[in-house]
Design a binder for this molecule. Structure first.
Ligand code: SF4
Ligand code: MSK
Length: 662
């Protein structure tokens, strides 16, 4: 079909020259960006080149919290000026940061609460479309928060668990239920600082109140509530989302999956699910296996239906069911340029509004499904958990109709990367300790003896302000080369999967100690865990490491670090803050919304650590980031007195290599 049929969205005058190699290391995305350019179709990469980030906003040196402003301060001379109300730079930056944490935490906790609502309806029998799939997980989650399970039926345990977990959101006094999972010394620090979350709604409401004009105007006091709000996400909303999804849909175990745009097939009806809530995707799995719909797809001339995921709900379905994954956040527009996507069905979070225009250019159906997320120009087919297939069947029908009337030229990058994903904290336990002696002891032992130097969580988005995937990949390569075991979630996990590092064979890129452990266990040096809310699995794994012993008494003692090298969302800031408040050194790339060397900066980047928590770090450079994380891990090893063990181990390995060569 003639190219002129594609609606052009870049005018000749606006078109900026770019070298695609500067924008991404994802070859499939690069191929599609070149095609988009030829087609005259604009994506976020073009818009990022066209729109310079506001330097004052980037430093968080502006406030629009009231109509006496908006007020702009000078980031080069931050203490030279105050807002009309007298607000200082520290107040303004802390309030802005607080609202990012509140928004990010609200996103995760609202998601978690939706999962809990579904769980209640399933347990009460109101919803018959979903069932409890993992009874073992139900029992272990219940026991972890002190629910007695002996002599109770599954539905009695489940209802009790529902009522307990509801407190995560609605409780106004006391401590959230999963505070019981926090290592005692970490919890003691939180209590001393007054940052144990009560309930997510209360914390977010108070955060919004305190950041209103003329309320909390001390950056230290604001930071206390920032931590409490973020912890209500990590140990609250996100953790509930993960645990309930496991109970309803199954706990992930390692599964081999194909990732990248080559998972689209020209002869099939291609449906992409992109978003964050797994219930939509679970129902879609049922719909695409409906014999009548498969027959309809074949009658339309296809060989069947192809369901693939993108972003975080894609990551969840990938780790749970092995559903192929087509790409991360910065590939969501690019994949529509293939012309092969018959429907992209979205729910909530990280759905670019620009998708509507690109979908329109290629006559792809963009379908919103969630009452909380409509997009102008998209078709809305509302998803109801009590009749889920009404929505998902309709999506399939619309996708088949689009397949039948395909008129666009199709170009699918023939790239797929196979990897192993699905390392839940339960599986890590089993993998290292065996079915009957599941334990973190082998992990701790390998850290203590120095084969594994430490553990890093590398997570988060991709961002058109930096070369897509590059910072993630270079950082992770540096870490594993230095014997740091890497845990991954979200779009970062997809970046590394595309780079081929989520395979046991990638162990050859690891340092000698980590390689030895990977080869013994048969695991990749980079463990893919799931979606953004599944960062809570990393918190549970860290707690298990403390509980197992030998690595200190609190999360802050562990030789671990975290990073979000290409972050973009407020959710990422909230995740970063809950890791920091949990005791983890956490480094962000791209940019950081605070002016260096101000009082608020010094508190986040050092002061919190002195209080017994973790601290923030920032650098856009992946090698510098790796060095900062490794230096931190080494300082924790030294404090634990296990730095000598590592030196010995490395000498042993060198000796062994010399012996092998001899
Ligand atoms: Fe300006 Fe203060 Fe109003 Fe913010 S709250 S816009 S700093 S006057
Ligand atoms: S989807 S929050 S771009 S990881 Fe979770 Fe990816 Fe970041 Fe969204």
């Amino acid at each position: 079909m003639a190219e002129t049929e594609i609606k052009k969205t870049i005018s000749k005058t606006k078109e900026k020259e770019f070298n695609v190699k500067d924008l991404t290391i994802c070859d499939a995305t690069a191929q599609m960006l070149i095609k988009a350019k030829a087609d005259g179709v604009e994506t976020a990469f073009d818009r990022a080149l066209d729109m310079k980030a506001c330097p004052i906003g980037a430093d968080s040196a502006c406030c629009k919290h009231c109509a006496m402003g908006p007020c702009r301060l000078n980031s080069r001379d931050p203490y030279g000026k105050v807002g009309v109300c007298g607000a200082t730079i520290d107040t303004i930056m802390a309030r802005n940061f607080a609202r990012m944490v509140a928004a990010g935490g609200a996103a995760h906790t609202d998601h978690g609460m939706a999962m809990l609502d579904l769980f209640r309806d399933v347990v009460s029998g109101k919803n018959k479309d979903y069932q409890i799939k993992d009874v073992r997980k139900l029992e272990s989650v219940a026991q972890s928060i002190g629910i007695e399970i002996e002599g109770k039926t599954v539905s009695e345990i489940a209802m009790e668990l529902y009522h307990e977990l509801e407190r995560t959101y609605t409780q106004v006094e006391g401590e959230i239920p999963f505070a019981k999972r926090v290592p005692p010394k970490t919890l003691e620090t939180w209590r001393k600082l007054g940052i144990v979350p009560r309930g997510a709604m209360r914390e977010i409401m108070e955060m919004m109140h305190r950041t209103h004009m003329g309320v909390d105007q001390h950056y230290e006091n604001l930071t206390q509530q920032i931590s409490r709000t973020a912890l209500a996400d990590g140990w609250g909303g996100s953790m509930v989302a993960t645990e309930i999804a496991d109970i309803l849909f199954g706990t992930p175990t390692p599964v081999q999956v194909e990732v990248n745009m080559g998972v689209l097939k020209e002869n099939l009806v291609n449906i992409i699910i992109h978003g964050h809530e797994p219930n939509l995707f679970e129902s879609m799995l049922v719909s695409v296996n409906e014999p009548t719909l498969i027959a309809a797809a074949k009658a339309a001339g296809s060989d069947g239906i192809n369901l693939v995921g993108m972003c975080c709900s894609g990551a969840e379905m990938m780790v749970r069911h092995g559903v192929p994954h087509a790409g991360n956040f910065m590939s969501t527009e690019a994949i529509l340029v293939t012309g092969a996507v018959d429907a992209m069905c979205v729910d909530v979070q990280c759905i670019k509004q620009g998708l509507a225009t690109v979908a329109d250019c290629y006559k792809t159906k963009l379908i919103t499904t969630n009452p909380r997320c409509h997009i102008e120009g998209a078709t809305h087919v509302e998803f109801h958990e009590n009749n889920p297939q009404a929505c998902t069947d309709e999506v399939v029908i619309q996708a088949i109709a689009r397949f039948k009337s395909r008129s666009m030229p199709i170009e699918i990058p023939q790239i797929t990367n196979t990897g192993v994903h699905g390392f839940s904290h339960e599986y890590i336990n089993y993998m290292l300790g065996g079915t009957f002696r599941g334990s973190y002891t082998p992990l701790n032992d390998n850290i203590i003896n120095g084969r594994i130097r430490g553990v890093a969580g590398v997570v988060g988005c991709t961002n058109p302000r930096v070369k897509q995937d590059w910072v993630h990949v270079e950082l992770v390569k540096e870490l594993i080369k230095n014997d740091v075991l890497v845990l991954q979630t979200g779009c970062s996990q997809i970046a590394l999967a595309k780079a081929g590092l989520l395979t046991p064979e990638a162990a050859y890129l690891a340092g000698p100690g980590l390689r030895e452990v990977c080869e013994t266990v048969g695991m990749p040096p980079v463990l893919g865990i799931g979606s953004c809310v599944d960062n809570s699995r990393i918190l549970v794994a860290a707690s298990e490491m403390v509980r197992t012993g030998g690595l200190g008494d609190s999360i802050a003692d562990l030789p671990v670090a975290g990073a979000a090298p290409e972050w973009m969302s407020e959710k990422a800031i909230c995740i970063g803050q809950y890791f920091v408040a949990s005791g983890v050194f956490t480094v962000f790339g791209v940019t950081f919304p605070i002016i260096k060397d101000t009082k608020f900066y010094n508190l986040l980047f050092g002061g919190l650590e002195k209080q017994g928590l973790g601290k923030w770090g920032f650098t856009p450079d992946p090698y510098e980031m790796a060095k900062m994380m490794i230096d931190h891990i080494d300082s924790k090893r030294k404090a634990l007195g296990i730095d000598k063990a590592r030196e010995r181990t490395l000498v042993d390995m060198a000796d062994r290599r010399a012996m092998d060569a001899a």
